[in-house]
Design a protein around this ligand. Structure first.
Ligand SMILES: O=c1[nH]c(=O)c2[nH]c(=O)[nH]c2[nH]1
Length: 292
């Protein structure tokens, strides 16, 4: 038996980067969390501690900062592609790079030039993978919290000796959407596509009558694929944020779906992928990313 080094990657995780750009007195801010990780000929450092091929994670962090100054950051996908390609093309030992970027939202306070209020917790995300001269882009969003107060049922599930859940034809449906979608190529209007896909996810959640969160998940992914030819696959992770109707009968009160306990945990966790059956090979697009 021999023991060998398996898959590995290394980098600087979660650089918190805020970039202020100025158009005269009017400022704009980009608030990003950037993680870089590199792959390649890295056996030496693991096996002998020879670091001659290790671009320090500190250097990776510095590169993120310098790139934010040297050219406009632009869309997160473009920024991530520039960084990933730089690491692969400038270091002989480095053959692959993964750059993750989350964009945090800020809104202008009224029409103020340089004062902002933090937006919702929702983040726009991208995961760019570079391997040699190839690249894949998986973009998405997370912490998009949505709720509908009717238009959701759940019944017809098996009942065994442990089942207590009541069937319902009218319940609150709430979730916090994590969505990732894989683009088919790199020639994409990143911001326009993101806005359109986000809208499709929201309008489908709102508009489709739901018989299960699973059905809603599939419908949301399907809506994106039907409308957006540049997307090959959508992966969704959607916790079922349960809202339990409170039993008010001890107080002699009827609860006509008005008063709920918003339970924090446990929560159902509904996850899945919706994809074209003729989608091309995803290559390394999802490599080392969480499945959902
Ligand atoms: O939409 C739902 N899917 C489930 O699988 C499930 N399980 C459960 O207890 N409630 C729900 N709701």
């Amino acid at each position: 038996m021999a023991i060998v080094l398996g898959d590995n990657q290394y980098g600087k995780a979660e650089n918190r980067l805020v970039v202020v750009s100025r158009d005269g007195a009017v400022h704009r801010i980009k608030d990003l969390t950037v993680s870089t990780s590199l792959r390649g000929d890295l056996a030496d450092t693991h096996l002998t501690g020879d670091n001659s091929k290790v671009l320090a994670t500190d250097t990776q962090k510095n590169t993120v900062h310098a790139f934010a100054k040297q050219a406009p950051v632009g869309e997160i996908e473009d920024f991530a592609l520039r960084l990933g390609r730089h690491f692969v093309s400038s270091q002989e030992a480095i053959t692959g790079a993964r750059v993750l970027v989350d964009e945090h939202s800020w809104e202008r306070i009224e029409d103020h030039d340089h004062a902002f209020v933090s937006g919702s917790a929702e983040k726009r995300t991208t995961a760019v993978t570079v391997d040699g001269d190839r690249a894949w882009v998986v973009s998405g969003l997370r912490d998009l919290v949505v709720l509908k107060s009717t238009g959701s049922e759940f019944h017809g599930f098996p009942r065994d000796e442990y089942t207590t859940l009541r069937e319902t034809d009218d319940r609150v449906l709430a979730t916090s959407v994590t969505a990732r979608w894989r683009y088919r190529g790199g020639d994409v209007d990143w911001a326009g596509a993101h806005a359109a896909i986000r809208r499709l996810l929201l309008t489908t959640f709102a508009g489709r009558h739901s018989l299960s969160l699973q059905q809603t998940l599939y419908a949301m992914g399907e809506a994106v694929l039907l409308a957006r030819p540049e997307v090959a696959e959508v992966r969704l992770s959607m916790p079922n944020k349960h809202h339990f109707a409170v039993d008010l009968s001890p107080f002699g009160l009827a609860n006509d779906n008005e008063v709920f306990h918003a339970a924090d945990r446990p929560y159902g966790l509904i996850e899945g992928s919706v994809l074209r059956d003729d989608a091309e090979d995803p290559g390394l697009a999802w490599h080392t990313l969480p499945t959902f």
